[in-house]
Design a protein around this ligand. Structure first.
Ligand SMILES: [Zn+2]
Length: 282
């Protein structure tokens, strides 16, 4: 049975913490390095419901994509919701480890899992990591479809293949626009429009697209946009990451039991569509 330290060393090899963005807060939030690990839960968000799920499973380690604390704090009092998560975990000897932007740019990373969920053929990274001589790491992925689809069909594909959320998929563009080549980026991707335009793709699928960047991108070209729920674009990574840890566990004979949380932690819980969505009238 491995110690937490052994598992963390393996995770750091998959997602080296030094590759995280400077503003990010990745790594171990709580946990005893010498504690034994037998059961691991993967999730996108370190929220109370997920901490409770880890307790219910008898997990020793919770691995999330999003950090619990991104900025400094002066309290872990259980009267704060983050402090309550910390208390819940420590009381049950559950470690919390975060792989965020270091998992985004990894090979395979968050956007590989997203492309895999959408059944797309990956061509390469959208924003290659300049420090990777093989050019396989980086932010987002450029992908191709086996057969061209209309934007309408591609949006339906995304809605069917990504985990269900209240938001579903929003699309911008002519529904009959042909989609052959797409860029995908898990999480908030509207800072990537320059790279997307340079990639010459037909469509860009990401999350959290805002009015102005989207409007300007649409004015520049006929690039179609697809906006999925943030959680839904990153959840496929949890399955990919669990499979990666399973393979490591098998190699070392660790016998780890890995689980993937299916709790939908996207904050949006309802969606009311207009009876007939107008194309261009206010
Ligand atoms: Zn995210």
């Amino acid at each position: 049975m491995p110690a937490l330290n052994d598992v963390l060393a393996a995770l750091d090899a998959l997602w080296p913490p030094e590759r995280a963005e400077q503003w990010d807060a990745v790594g171990t939030v709580c946990g005893d390095p010498d504690a034994e690990v037998t059961r691991v839960l993967f999730a996108v968000d370190p929220v109370q419901e997920v901490a409770d799920e880890a307790v219910g499973l008898g997990a020793d380690l919770l691995i999330t994509h999003h950090p619990l604390y991104l900025r400094g704090t002066t309290t872990v009092a259980a009267s704060t919701f983050k402090g309550r998560v910390v208390h819940t975990l420590i009381r049950r000897d559950i470690a919390l480890h975060v792989a965020h932007t270091n998992a985004d740019t990894a090979d395979p990373g968050v956007s590989d899992a997203l492309a895999g969920a959408l059944d797309l053929r990956i061509v390469g990274p959208l924003v290659p990591d300049a420090t990777d001589p093989e050019g396989r790491r980086g932010l987002g992925r450029i992908c191709e479809l086996d057969h061209p689809e209309t934007l309408r069909e591609f949006a339906e594909r995304a809605a069917a293949r990504l985990p269900a959320t209240a938001q579903g998929i929003r699309a911008a563009g002519d529904p009959d626009h042909t989609v052959r080549r797409v860029a995908v980026s898990g999480g908030s991707g509207d800072s990537l429009f320059d790279a997307v335009r340079a990639a010459g793709v037909d469509a860009f699928l990401t999350a959290d697209l805002r009015h102005h960047p989207s409007s300007e991108a649409r004015e520049h070209s006929d690039l179609a946009l697809l906006d999925a729920a943030h959680w839904a674009t990153e959840w496929p990574w949890t399955e990919q990451a669990a499979a990666q840890l399973d393979a490591i566990s098998d190699r070392h004979g660790w016998g780890l039991r890995t689980h993937v949380s299916r709790i939908v932690t996207d904050p949006w819980t309802a969606h009311a569509a207009a009876p007939a969505a107008p194309r261009s009238t206010p």
